[in-house]
Design a protein around this ligand. Structure first.
Ligand code: HEC
Ligand code: HEC
Ligand code: HEC
Ligand code: HEC
Ligand code: HEC
Ligand code: HEC
Ligand code: HEC
Ligand code: HEC
Ligand code: HEC
Ligand code: HEC
Length: 377
């Protein structure tokens, strides 16, 4: 029992001494800046991390949409509307507590020791504490939760503090507005009016900045796919079918194709068309081909179910039925190639028996061979 009650104090001491080290580190950097050797921009500083160190060392996430993605994805995501820096944080207004004033993180922590222990490990709170030049480390909590004087006087009155849960009095618009004050634009350019925004989702349905649950992205679950699966269980389940892209294996995420923050392409696709989405990984299917197969150019989904299928290679129907949806009157028998259906009678050519269309029309996505107009080659 005693050990438990001591824990916050220990963390606080650790935080304080880390803070002291930080001040030291910055002095050292200031001195180095006057020196002659050019500093390595990616080196971790000797003493501790400042806010700009943290920003510099963050992994680049790739939530870019459309054209931005076509080029160098890393460059694109980095030039893609960076967040307002931590030291430009302002205390957001709370429309339900218009007269409240900021009271500082020490006061919040006095009553919320447990939340403080969790939050102290997170990107935002750690960064606010490390170097919030504008507001100072005392704004570490109120930069998101708004001014707290009203709430501190009457903690059980709902709405007096900006809260980020669905049963909170704070409206989803105000909740999202807090995050968007630093994260507008870029991947979130089309958040307003997106299907997720329209259905009353807030940023914190998918993100939880109060605890470190995911290695990247400040997510509410340990991975992107788990976040989406909380609501889209049906789609996630399709990836368990016999044929699927390697998403359950952890090599792909829903966000490889979708931008959950909104996009101009239904349904929340990152690129302008379905086919452009597929070409980002299956570039060889882009063509151009000498002999194009019309349905391939039109839409990959004519034949494939991207989320998973029990047919081979994600097909929407088995072969030959898939082909026969569009081709019936071909110049050769094109039913299932059973003994009865092959014109050669009771002793058909066994090289044809049981074969699907693909054994002859192998290059179904298009052919560059001069003698491949029927996609044989
Ligand atoms: C005097 C003690 C006290 C202080 C100071 C205090 N809180 Fe609270 N806070 C509480 C209590 C108690 C609750 C739980 C209220 C309830 O369950 O109805 C609470 C609830 C909350 C909630 C959840 C509200 C909701 O509607 O779900 C948030 C967020 C919060 N506090 C943040 C803060 C922040 C940020 C500060 C500093 C600006 C702060 N608190 C200062 C006592 C305090
Ligand atoms: C980056 C923005 C941000 C910062 C900074 C922040 N919080 Fe939070 N806080 C949130 C969000 C979002 C939630 C809702 C988390 C969830 O989905 O359960 C939350 C939830 C809470 C709750 C309610 C917990 C519950 O279970 O209902 C309390 C209390 C709280 N924060 C206190 C603090 C304190 C104290 C600090 C400063 C040490 C702080 N917060 C800093 C965003 C923030
Ligand atoms: C005062 C400005 C500010 C506020 C308010 C703020 N953030 Fe951030 N956030 C930042 C900065 C700065 C970064 C780090 C730079 C970056 O990743 O672009 C960041 C990073 C992130 C990241 C990316 C982390 C990663 O691993 O790439 C997510 C996700 C995020 N914030 C979500 C939120 C959510 C959700 C809220 C609201 C509850 C919020 N932020 C509020 C400034 C802010
Ligand atoms: C439906 C789920 C969902 C919602 C709602 C959502 N996000 Fe995200 N967000 C994600 C996922 C998934 C990622 C990708 C994380 C990664 O790549 O590690 C992400 C990435 C981010 C990033 C880091 C990458 C970047 O673009 O800089 C930020 C910042 C961010 N979200 C902020 C927000 C804000 C602000 C809101 C509310 C307006 C919001 N998100 C709403 C799921 C969501
Ligand atoms: C909190 C629940 C929730 C979470 C988490 C969530 N979604 Fe959704 N999503 C919805 C709702 C609700 C709809 C609207 C469904 C409808 O109208 O049929 C929707 C719709 C969609 C659509 C269809 C859009 C359209 O135009 O038809 C896509 C794509 C989508 N979500 C992707 C994602 C991805 C990717 C994630 C994870 C990053 C995610 N969602 C996480 C609730 C959620
Ligand atoms: C390889 C790209 C890709 C991946 C990965 C992917 N999707 Fe999709 N998703 C699509 C395409 C393309 C469509 C359009 C389907 C259509 O128009 O019939 C779509 C449609 C949707 C829809 C709306 C239509 C429907 O079928 O209900 C939802 C919701 C959705 N996806 C969620 C998800 C979720 C959740 C994940 C992760 C578990 C995911 N998607 C992974 C490409 C992808
Ligand atoms: C983020 C990269 C990515 C995107 C985008 C993508 N794929 Fe894939 N796809 C893969 C990977 C990886 C595999 C597995 C390749 C392997 O196992 O050799 C795969 C496999 C496939 C397969 C073969 C499945 C099997 O069972 O053999 C088909 C068909 C397919 N993808 C169609 C599509 C279509 C259609 C789209 C667009 C809606 C698309 N892919 C978008 C990465 C992607
Ligand atoms: C006319 C139907 C049809 C359309 C449209 C179609 N495919 Fe296919 N695809 C197939 C068939 C049939 C196979 C199985 C080939 C095999 O097993 O030899 C296949 C296999 C694949 C494979 C796995 C084997 C390989 O060739 O790499 C990928 C990846 C693929 N398709 C991607 C795409 C993409 C991307 C598009 C859109 C540009 C697309 N397909 C459009 C019928 C189609
Ligand atoms: C969604 C409809 C659709 C599906 C499904 C489809 N095709 Fe096609 N296919 C077409 C169209 C349209 C053309 C172009 C016809 C033309 O140019 O006269 C075509 C052309 C062809 C040609 C060349 C015909 C010629 O006269 O040059 C062959 C061979 C062919 N398809 C085989 C297949 C096979 C095998 C499958 C199944 C794997 C298949 N197609 C699935 C619509 C489809
Ligand atoms: C044993 C090899 C073989 C198989 C199996 C086969 N084809 Fe063909 N197909 C051909 C050849 C050879 C031609 C060219 C005939 C010509 O030019 O007179 C052709 C031509 C076609 C054409 C274009 C000519 C036309 O009639 O307009 C279509 C469409 C076609 N096949 C579809 C199919 C479909 C669908 C299947 C499966 C049900 C299939 N083929 C199975 C060898 C085959």
């Amino acid at each position: 029992m005693r050990a438990i009650s001591l824990f916050p104090a220990v963390v606080l001491c650790a935080a304080l001494s880390a803070g002291a080290m930080l001040l030291g580190a910055r002095d050292v950097q200031a001195q180095q800046a006057g020196g002659s050797a050019a500093p390595d921009p990616h080196a971790a500083p000797a003493g501790g991390l400042s806010q700009s160190d943290i920003a510099r060392m963050l992994p680049a996430t790739d939530m870019g949409a459309g054209a931005a993605r076509a080029g160098n994805t890393h460059q694109a995501s980095m030039s893609d509307s960076p967040a307002t820096p931590f030291d430009a944080a302002s205390i957001p207004a709370n429309p339900l507590a218009p007269n409240a004033d900021a009271i500082g993180a020490k006061s919040c922590v006095a009553c919320h020791a447990q939340e403080n222990v969790q939050a102290s490990h997170t990107l935002h709170v750690a960064s606010f504490r490390a170097g919030a030049a504008n507001t100072g480390p005392q704004a570490a909590c109120e930069s998101c939760h708004g001014p707290g004087s009203g709430h501190a006087k009457d903690p059980t009155a709902p709405g007096l503090i900006i809260a980020f849960t669905h049963d909170a009095k704070t409206s989803p618009q105000v909740q999202a507005g807090v995050c968007l004050s630093c994260h507008a634009g870029g991947a979130r350019q089309h958040w307003i009016g997106s299907i997720h925004q329209n259905r009353g989702l807030s940023c914190t349905d998918c993100h939880n900045p109060m605890a470190r649950l995911s290695p990247e992205g400040v997510l509410a679950k340990s991975s992107i796919n788990e976040v989406c699966a909380t609501c889209h269980q049906d789609i996630r389940a399709k990836f368990n079918r016999r044929s699927h892209m390697p998403l359950p294996e952890g090599q792909m995420a829903c966000t490889d194709c979708h931008n959950p923050h909104g996009s101009i392409t239904r349904p929340l696709l990152k690129t302008d068309t379905v086919n452009e989405t597929c070409y980002t990984c299956h570039a060889e299917k882009r063509g151009p081909f000498l002999f194009e197969h019309a349905p391939v150019r039109q839409n990959c989904l004519n034949c494939h179910d991207v989320h998973g299928s029990n047919q081979q290679t994600l097909l929407v129907a088995p072969i030959p039925m898939l082909c026969q949806q569009c081709h019936t009157m071909t110049r050769h028998p094109n039913d299932l190639q059973s003994a009865a259906n092959l014109g050669t009678g009771p002793f058909p050519d066994e090289r044809l028996m049981g074969r699907g269309c693909l054994s002859c029309h192998a290059n179904i996505h298009g052919s560059n061979n001069p003698s491949g107009p029927k996609f044989h080659k």
